[in-house]
Design a binder for this molecule. Sequence first.
Ligand SMILES: *[C@@H]1O[C@H](CO)[C@@H](O)[C@H](O)[C@H]1NC(C)=O
Ligand SMILES: *[C@@H]1O[C@H](CO)[C@@H](O)[C@H](O)[C@H]1NC(C)=O
Ligand SMILES: *[C@@H]1O[C@H](CO)[C@@H](O)[C@H](O)[C@H]1NC(C)=O
Ligand SMILES: *[C@@H]1O[C@H](CO)[C@@H](O)[C@H](O)[C@H]1NC(C)=O
Ligand SMILES: *[C@@H]1O[C@H](CO)[C@@H](O)[C@H](O)[C@H]1NC(C)=O
Ligand SMILES: *[C@@H]1O[C@H](CO)[C@@H](O)[C@H](O)[C@H]1NC(C)=O
Ligand SMILES: *[C@@H]1O[C@H](CO)[C@@H](O)[C@H](O)[C@H]1NC(C)=O
Ligand SMILES: *[C@@H]1O[C@H](CO)[C@@H](O)[C@H](O)[C@H]1NC(C)=O
Ligand SMILES: *[C@@H]1O[C@H](CO)[C@@H](O)[C@H](O)[C@H]1NC(C)=O
Ligand SMILES: *[C@@H]1O[C@H](CO)[C@@H](O)[C@H](O)[C@H]1NC(C)=O
Ligand SMILES: *[C@@H]1O[C@H](CO)[C@@H](O)[C@H](O)[C@H]1NC(C)=O
Ligand SMILES: *[C@@H]1O[C@H](CO)[C@@H](O)[C@H](O)[C@H]1NC(C)=O
Length: 843
Amino acid sequence: MATGFRFPPFWFLFLFILSCFSSFCLGGDRVTRGEIYKDGDNITSKGGDFVLGFFSPANTSKRYLGIWYVDVPVKTYIWVANRNNPVHDKNGTFSINENGNLVVKDGHGDLLWSSNVSVKTTNSTACLRDEGNLVILNNDRNATRLNSELWESFSDPTDTFLPGMEVLIERQGQEQKVFRSWTNESDPSPGRYSMGVDPRGTPQIVIWDGPNRRWRSGHFDGAEFIGVPDVIRTTFFSGFRIQNEGDNKLLLTYSASNTSSFVRFQITVTGNELQQRWNEDQGEWNTLQSRPVGGCDLYNFCGNFAECDKDVCQCLKGFVPRVQEQWHAGNRTEGCVRKTELECRRNSSVSRNDSSKDDGFSTIRRVKLPDHANVSEITIDECKIRCLNDCSCNAYAYVRGINCMMWRNDLVDIEHFQEGGNTLYVRLHPSDIGKKKKTIIIVVISILAALALVVMVAIWLVCKYRARKRESKRTSEIPKNHLVRSGEFSTEYSGPGDISAEGHQGNGSELAFFSFSMVATATDDFSLANKLGQGGFGPVYKGKLPCGQEVAVKRLSQKSGQGDEEFKNEITLIAKLQHRNLVRLLGCCVEGEEKMLIYEYMPNKSLDTFLFDTVRKSQLDWRKRFNIIEGIARGLLYLHRDSRLRIIHRDLKASNILLDEEMTPKISDFGMARIFGGNQNEANTNRVVGTYGYMAPEYAMEGLFSGKSDVYSFGIILLEIICGRRNTSFRTDEHSGIIGYAWEKWEEGRPMDLVDRSIWDGCQHNEALRCIHLALLCVQDLAAHRPNMSSVVLMLETDNVRLPLPRQPTYTSMRRSVDEDIWHGNQDVTSSNNVTVSVLIGR
Ligand SMILES: *[C@@H]1O[C@H](CO)[C@@H](O)[C@H](O)[C@H]1NC(C)=O
Ligand SMILES: *[C@@H]1O[C@H](CO)[C@@H](O)[C@H](O)[C@H]1NC(C)=O
Ligand SMILES: *[C@@H]1O[C@H](CO)[C@@H](O)[C@H](O)[C@H]1NC(C)=O
Ligand SMILES: *[C@@H]1O[C@H](CO)[C@@H](O)[C@H](O)[C@H]1NC(C)=O
Ligand SMILES: *[C@@H]1O[C@H](CO)[C@@H](O)[C@H](O)[C@H]1NC(C)=O
Ligand SMILES: *[C@@H]1O[C@H](CO)[C@@H](O)[C@H](O)[C@H]1NC(C)=O
Ligand SMILES: *[C@@H]1O[C@H](CO)[C@@H](O)[C@H](O)[C@H]1NC(C)=O
Ligand SMILES: *[C@@H]1O[C@H](CO)[C@@H](O)[C@H](O)[C@H]1NC(C)=O
Ligand SMILES: *[C@@H]1O[C@H](CO)[C@@H](O)[C@H](O)[C@H]1NC(C)=O
Ligand SMILES: *[C@@H]1O[C@H](CO)[C@@H](O)[C@H](O)[C@H]1NC(C)=O
Ligand SMILES: *[C@@H]1O[C@H](CO)[C@@H](O)[C@H](O)[C@H]1NC(C)=O
Ligand SMILES: *[C@@H]1O[C@H](CO)[C@@H](O)[C@H](O)[C@H]1NC(C)=O
């Protein structure tokens, strides 16, 4: 009895250990040899993010072995094993078989899928890693390397690209379709679309629809893919790396900037590449970007030798539609052909040697360069000569990082960008380049015709205007806010003479509502001659009101996220923002689809027209530049803190800073994010607006914006003002931009090297140094480290404020900062003379 008394605890312990052991195996992160896993069993990665098991997609009972996110309630499968051979009941199993492969079998024991490892091994385990990678490890003691990886799901992916994944590219190889979409939401078998890399020339990312191209990213220039529009370039590709693996192999990888939330790229069942980030608070995937967006983004949307601009097709200069009727009916499949065959391609009796030299080139700027280039490492002049001497050459281009690109085939997939892009030189017969009398006649005729049309339209508009005036008199009822019905110019409108004192939010800011016809008349029917420029939200025209006042008219090309009433209310609010350093909004026009904003006109145009112009830049001496810097800072501070609306600008750049006669800077385009339905507090947004090069990393990559993202853009502008050079003009092998350059000089202890030589005389060294220091504080990687605008203004205006040392900005290299100390965002800074901002030194 005594012995029997001692036994039960022992057995209990044994059973306990046994049960623990088996549950460890089943719930662990690995599949071991000899274990058979049934439908319902699962393997979870150590960190608990991913799980491997059987699942059924929506609306089907078929079972597939796959990997999905544990914590994402919207079931999202990143990998499927037996995508071609589903299990039709719930009797499927997975296990490691006798030759070390991971296999999926059905209830009869028939093989449905195998990892197909060819190495003979007697002992292997499959392990689900934390990044979602299922690997088979060799445990064989005789193996050359213990625990070497025999196979991994990351090298046999389905439709999803994850951070940490490596795609091997053979430099000399053919196109590689790495990812294949599902057939539809309920069928994981390979569908129509695939995504991968074409390594020819230099690598580019391509989406295929069956065998045909659907979208391409443009070639890789060593830092970026050149065919992606500037606006999404940083979002799309920061984090992507192409490393040289030697042996003519390249490795494409992606690393997320913030590993605490899931990011994935997927080729969807509709053929779109989709980049999403999991938002835990909202419980949904936020789309960071998706390509193609349709229209010009689609591969060769306009056909060969044609150019696509805002979804409008046009033959390149010197080319005409191959089949006129088809082209005008909207069928672009046949594309365009040369008006005149190249001299060297004709069977003429004339000496070929000389005539081919007569061919010339037309220059097309800001384009996504055509596909199928031949790349060679020669200079731009040699490139031109080589193209001239090669009769099959249709065009050439020179791109830093790729060098000479030449096209011997048809020119396909050319898109015209609003900004960015590259310059293409298209070879033409001399007669298609030179001006001809004939063209002059055509121009004259078309001008006359246009004039006649303008007169007719004007007459019609006047009639319409009168009719409406009569009607509005009948229903006359002045709406709230002293708004004046469209059709009449507000008599209460007060001219710019009464622009109130700085920061004053006068209540005499009645907004004028203009009719379309009035704006049309003022801008000469939006004539090209009156076009001042093209902003992100639409073209801007110069206009002259009947009273003689000059105005700038912004014609919004995008649909705002609001109805007409909401739009008007929003505009009325924004018109109340008045500050010496903000462009004044005078009125607006809302009529049907047309929405326009009318601003005061700035005769000196924008900051960039001075700053980056070799001749005019010297007009901006240091004193003027410093005043401009202060003005921008004050305007921003007003927007951020003092105005009632607390506006975050989100697209601050040199071309958005306008200058009046006295070179007072005025911020324009503020409040656009509000009009287009953006939320103005710290938030993240599905739609990133902004300009490449000015966007803060957290905004560009994750859509997070706050006042601190404006501070970042301000820092960039500050550096540009000091250097007198564009941010993008610094993109060379050594510097990834103006920040890299500035940091280098700062580290070398020679910050004054940054200062524009053309203003060296009269430059106040202490002020310049302070501005450089401040700029580096503003462009720090982490938003928390950047000062807010009120600190910026204080630091600019007070001589003896000690500034904290800036941390090295790492631009796109994604090094996560480990230091915890942050800028005291709320510290009280007063503007008394002997104040010192508390200093935080840290690198
Ligand atoms: C894994 O299996 C266990 C036991 O069957 C179950 O409790 C758990 O919910 C499963 N995990 C997932 C992510 O399906
Ligand atoms: C599943 O079927 C339901 C009803 O037919 C449908 O509403 C739903 O969209 C389907 N889901 C998918 C993913 O196809
Ligand atoms: C599969 O399981 C079901 C019960 O779930 C059983 O009725 C059926 O016989 C099994 N099929 C095979 C092939 O084992
Ligand atoms: C494994 O090999 C078999 C036969 O060669 C083939 O049918 C199957 O598709 C291969 N599976 C994988 C995952 O490559
Ligand atoms: C297989 O490898 C595991 C882990 O290394 C080891 O514990 C086990 O003894 C090995 N089995 C055989 C048959 O070699
Ligand atoms: C390992 O190699 C030894 C001799 O080299 C051999 O006797 C043994 O059977 C091998 N073991 C396995 C598991 O292959
Ligand atoms: C998905 O595709 C399969 C065949 O490929 C088809 O039978 C099924 O009806 C499709 N399901 C949906 C929801 O379209
Ligand atoms: C990473 O993302 C999480 C959740 O979205 C957020 O809480 C955290 O602050 C982010 N970390 C960094 C360094 O941005
Ligand atoms: C466009 O023209 C091609 C032949 O040039 C023809 O095959 C095709 O069907 C046409 N497409 C449409 C939509 O009419
Ligand atoms: C040029 O000459 C070749 C043979 O010499 C002939 O095949 C070709 O059709 C000719 N081309 C033209 C445009 O006359
Ligand atoms: C073309 O130039 C070569 C040498 O440059 C010369 O030998 C040849 O005669 C020339 N051909 C003609 C048709 O002039
Ligand atoms: C030029 O490019 C085409 C298509 O990319 C390729 O087939 C051809 O071999 C290349 N030729 C040379 C000389 O590189």
